[in-house]
Design a protein around this ligand. Structure first.
Ligand code: HEM
Ligand SMILES: *[C@@H]1O[C@H](CO)[C@@H](O)[C@H](O)[C@H]1NC(C)=O
Ligand SMILES: *[C@@H]1O[C@H](CO)[C@@H](O)[C@H](O)[C@H]1NC(C)=O
Ligand SMILES: *[C@@H]1O[C@H](CO)[C@@H](O)[C@H](O)[C@H]1NC(C)=O
Ligand SMILES: *[C@@H]1O[C@H](CO)[C@@H](O)[C@H](O)[C@H]1NC(C)=O
Length: 333
């Protein structure tokens, strides 16, 4: 029995990403999506911004070694996780909303729904609950067994990025120019820190001058929000309607009122401008392209071992002795 069990254990650790599909939990946890939805509804009431913060997790998780919830792992004595990576530190927030969803799911169907899938469901719900489109998500991801801070540092784009470097970055993931522009439309909800815009206001590209692409009235507003001696954790809205998922973000870009350099550059560059113009005029085109982009981004997977974490912040402890003794206990992969 013991060698058989060892083989079983090996299979578990070796388990790799399955084919993703909608209805993945229809037998094993039919309530999975409604449980997450309820948690997101509560989060929206408690703090409207939190759903935007949760939606951002999909981007920061999926781009770094695939959608595997590596982002959610806390540091350990032997591992520096992604939470303190350059783009995440003092910036990613609302991890407690994912914890709440996980705890609720562990009560309803313990050991079944991965944290990686929770991120995907929650991101979809954030959009749907703020006025954006709804779509069917593909599920069945596993949670990673580790995380690497330097991977996030190397990959995630800075707010200073220009459109041509963003096009290249997204291209590495088979995401098109249209996908890039549509997915940037996620900045239709949420906020950013003065830290992410100061250089644009006072020293764009080392010129000692503001970015000339900023519309003057909007620049005055940003100067008031973020004077040069400001606490750089002060936040401002990413578009004029930060609680509504709509195409206002693209209208703002056309008007020179994009918050981040990486936003405004989508209008100043010719290759991306035509999509900004299209989405600013036609919200349903934006919604369609956004759904396509989120599905493609959600399909990014690395062939690597995984498990269903019991707590999204830590990998499951494997206490060999206890496992040996409890051969009848259900083992979570
Ligand atoms: C195209 C490249 C992108 C860049 C350079 C970028 C950069 C940023 C930056 C700098 C912030 C503000 C961070 C801060 O000041 O604390 C931010 C916020 C945000 N990003 Fe992006 N982002 C990009 C794409 C995306 C994508 C693809 C998504 C999701 C699909 C996304 C979702 C969000 C959301 C929802 C917020 C607001 C979060 C909140 O209010 O807490 N971003 N992004
Ligand atoms: C865009 O940014 C990259 C990386 O910072 C830089 O090398 C490149 O020259 C920039 N491209 C343009 C056209 O400004
Ligand atoms: C992009 O597509 C190519 C060809 O279909 C494939 O080999 C590659 O793995 C894809 N890259 C990613 C990151 O999905
Ligand atoms: C602006 O940026 C450049 C290059 O990064 C730097 O050398 C210069 O000192 C900065 N100027 C100010 C006023 O901060
Ligand atoms: C923002 O706040 C954090 C923690 O409260 C602090 O460590 C950090 O230095 C602040 N960041 C900036 C840019 O002021």
């Amino acid at each position: 029995m013991s060698s058989l069990f060892l083989i079983f254990l090996l299979c578990i650790t070796m388990a790799t990403a399955a084919q993703l599909r909608s209805g993945f939990y229809s037998e094993t946890c039919p309530e999975a999506e409604s449980v997450v939805r309820q948690v997101m509804k509560n989060a929206l009431i408690r703090e409207p911004r939190s759903v935007a913060s949760v939606m951002r997790f999909q981007f920061h998780d999926c781009f770094v070694n695939g959608c595997d919830a590596s982002l959610l792992l806390d540091d350990t004595a032997t591992m520096l996780g992604e939470k303190d990576a350059l783009s995440n530190i003092n910036s990613l927030r609302s991890f407690e909303v994912i914890d709440e969803a996980k705890e609720a799911l562990e009560r309803v169907c313990p050991g079944v729904v991965s944290c990686a899938d929770i991120i995907i469901i929650a991101a979809r719900d954030a959009v749907a609950l703020t006025g954006g489109p709804f779509w069917e998500v593909r599920l069945g991801r596993l949670d990673s067994l580790s995380a690497k801070q330097e991977d996030s540092n190397e990959i995630m784009p800075s707010p200073r990025s220009n459109a041509s470097s963003l096009i290249d970055l997204f291209h590495n993931y088979n995401l098109s120019v249209k996908d890039l522009v549509a997915l940037s439309g996620s900045h239709s909800i949420g906020q950013a820190r003065c830290f992410s815009v100061m250089f644009r206001l006072y020293n764009q590209s080392g010129t000692g001058q503001p970015d000339p692409a900023i519309e003057p009235k909007y620049r005055e507003k940003l100067d008031r929000l973020c004077p040069s001696n400001v606490d750089q954790n002060v936040t401002g809205d990413l578009d004029a309607t930060p609680r509504i998922f709509d195409n206002q973000y693209f209208k703002d870009l056309v008007a020179g009122r994009g918050f981040l350099n990486s936003d405004q550059t989508l209008f100043t560059f010719t290759k991306t401008r035509k999509f900004v113009e299209l989405f600013s005029k036609d919200q349903s085109e934006f919604f369609k392209a956004f759904v396509t982009g989120m599905l493609k981004m959600g399909d990014l997977q690395r062939d690597q071992p995984g498990e269903i974490r019991r707590n999204c912040r830590a990998i499951n402890g494997r206490h060999m002795n206890r496992l040996w003794e409890s051969g009848r206990e259900r083992i979570v992969i």
